[in-house]
Structure formats: structure tokens, C-alpha cells
Design a protein around this ligand. Structure first.
Ligand SMILES: [Zn+2]
Length: 216
């Protein structure tokens, strides 16, 4: 995809954060991999005011290579995820209600529903707490994302990864929905967890599901 199209897609998706309720105000951020590094939303600009030229391009050594604005304060974990995970081409980070609420209890989301497998494993981990915008937070996020496409961030929010912006955004929506269902099931009693064998089956089915989507 050409750089202008990518910038447009980033802005459209960031606006969707607000219209869908996934993130309020300027909280949250997103990025997409480029040959030189990645494009990322700038810090502190309301999404509906973003112009293509406002999207910042960074290399994978922490330097801005294009753009006059400061990148999102969370660029550390975007960079480290791209360095660590070559299959990832887009990253969405939001402070959505249910995922963030659960993240404040610092618990993983266990295998209470087959959709947990959508994030790549038998749980959605909650990364250990570290101050926002720090390298420490980035390290904790990369650890929680091992073998996974999404994680919660303690007392903060969530991260979702994808092969493109659409996939990362859809996963963020799904993780928010999973978090909501987990919260509801906790209000209704103690959720019955799916066993290892059942989750293995679900993970296999999602692998096949992913392939089918890719052939469209
Ligand atoms: Zn955040």
C-alpha cells in the first residue's frame, strides 16, 4: 500500500476509536509497519483534526524520520513489538472500558470462552505494571504478548496486533468484547473454564479461519 493510503487508513481508524467508543479523547494510538520503520499517530492531537502530514514516521532505532510532530508517547512498545515480531504489521493500543477495567485488577483473562483463542493462546495475559511511555512498559508488553496477538496492560489498557490495520483494529474490538463477557460472567458466578484439550481445538480452528480470510 502506498504511504498516503496508509496515512489515510491510520486517520480513519483513529477516528473510529472515538466513534466506536474503543477510546475516548486522544487516548490510544496506532501504527503500521513501513520499509523504513513504522508510521504512528502523533501525541495529543484530536483524531478528527489529524492530517496525513501529522502522522509521524519513525525508524526502529527511536528516531523520527518524517514529520514535525512528536510521536505517540507509547512509541517504545510499537518499536519493540516490530523488532520482536516480524509477522506483525500493525499495532492498535486503546483504553477501552472493559479491557481497561479488568487490567486494573491485574488479572489475565482465562479460557472462559472459545473466543479467547482468537488472541492466539489459552489466555489473554495482563502485562505487569510500568509507567506509561517507558521502556519498562514496553518490555512488559513484549513479554505478555509472547505467542499472543493481544494483551492487557496493568492499570492502563490493551494492545492488539495484526498483519494489517484492519486485522489489528478488529482484534482490539474483539478483545474488548471478550473482556466485557468475562466481566459479565464474573458477575453471574464463577465462570467454568475450558480445558486444555478444548482450547487446543479452538486454537486449531482459528488457524484455519485465519487462512480462509487470507485467501479472499
Ligand atoms: Zn495508553
Amino acid at each position: 500500500m502506498n504511504p498516503s493510503k496508509l496515512r489515510k487508513q491510520i486517520i480513519e481508524t483513529a477516528i473510529k476509536f472515538n466513534t466506536s467508543g474503543l477510546s475516548v479523547g486522544t487516548s490510544g494510538n496506532l501504527s503500521v509497519r513501513t520499509p523504513q520503520g513504522y508510521l504512528i499517530t502523533p501525541t495529543g492531537i484530536p483524531y478528527h483534526q489529524l492530517k496525513e502530514a501529522d502522522i509521524v514516521e519513525m525508524n526502529l532505532k527511536g528516531k523520527v524520520i518524517q514529520g514535525d510532530l512528536k510521536p505517540s508517547s507509547e512509541w517504545h512498545f510499537h518499536q519493540d513489538i516490530y523488532l520482536e515480531r516480524e509477522e506483525v504489521n500493525a499495532i492498535v493500543h486503546v483504553h477501552s472500558d472493559f479491557a481497561t477495567g479488568l487490567a486494573c485488577t491485574r488479572q489475565d483473562i482465562p479460557a472462559f470462552h472459545y473466543m479467547v483463542a482468537r488472541a492466539g493462546g489459552d489466555s489473554i495475559r495482563c502485562a505487569e505494571y510500568a509507567t506509561f511511555g517507558t521502556e519498562a512498559l514496553s518490555k512488559n508488553a513484549v513479554t505478555a504478548l509472547q505467542g499472543r496477538k493481544a494483551c492487557l496492560l496493568a492499570n492502563h489498557g490493551m494492545i492488539a496486533l495484526g498483519e494489517d490495520i484492519d486485522a489489528a483494529y478488529k482484534l482490539a474490538e474483539e478483545v474488548e468484547n471478550i473482556a466485557k463477557h468475562y466481566w459479565i460472567s464474573k458477575q453471574s458466578g464463577e465462570p467454568v473454564l475450558l480445558n486444555e484439550k478444548e482450547m487446543k481445538t479452538n486454537l486449531e480452528k482459528f488457524k484455519a479461519y485465519g487462512k480462509q480470510q487470507g485467501t479472499k
